[in-house]
Design a binder for this molecule. Sequence first.
Ligand code: BLA
Length: 239
Amino acid sequence: MYKPFMDFLEQELFERFDLQSQPIPPGLERQVSTRGKHPATIQSWCYQSPELRKIRYTYIDGGEASQVFNSVIYPSYEYDLPLLGIDFLSFGKSKKNLVVMDFQPLFRNPDYLKEYIEPMKEVRDRYSDLAQNLEMKFYDANQYFSQYLLFAKTDTETVKTEVFEAYKDYLNLYWELLGKAKPATDPTEIERIRSAQRDYDQYSADRDPASGLFSSYFGHEWSEQFLYEFLFSEAKPKP
Ligand code: BLA
């Protein structure tokens, strides 16, 4: 379902960046669940490059029951760029697909939004039926999401066509913004960015709507480890 999206991202990354594979804690890189009716496999990849400190993506292949492609790209602490977030989900035979993609802003002051979020408008406007203004139940839409996120419930045919086009356009724009970005040299500024990325991890780990899904497939302990030691590894686990 979303494998072509993952393959495309991988290809882009290897073409554009000098990637170094990053270790994933033992037991978290790949796991097979036999708890449900059908086996489900979860597998993750992690890289870094000089300008991207963490690139991670995960694929859950549960056959017809579940297909998920999730990714976050964290720029190095010298760049205040938004994080690139991708969450594409497909559950059940009904083939309802939820697609979310955004440049997740670390700050919200007008200059920041003008520099990194306004450029998304043009792309978003080309795919206005994929910006559905759905309500968020788990997250606060005004915290780490932009005004121009792609957020849609749609059918499989649209995923293969329009969503894939939109995905490539958003990715291209992200590479463009990264290419133009000037790295900070002021340690105070770098610390401000580091701290904002850490807050994002904490916020995301504590609210991740996938926590229940991970627990049901792989158990509570594995789920907590996956969230706090891999997906959002700058976050501190709840005491
Ligand atoms: C929603 N994401 C969801 C849901 C699940 C996941 C199960 C709930 C779907 C539903 O309500 O039916 C799944 N989240 C995952 C998985 C991982 C994960 C499998 O982190 C990790 C492997 N989510 C992100 C990122 C974005 C994101 C990077 O992880 C940014 C684009 C967005 N996911 C996002 C949003 C929703 C969602 C906006 C709807 C949440 C809401 O209703 O508040």
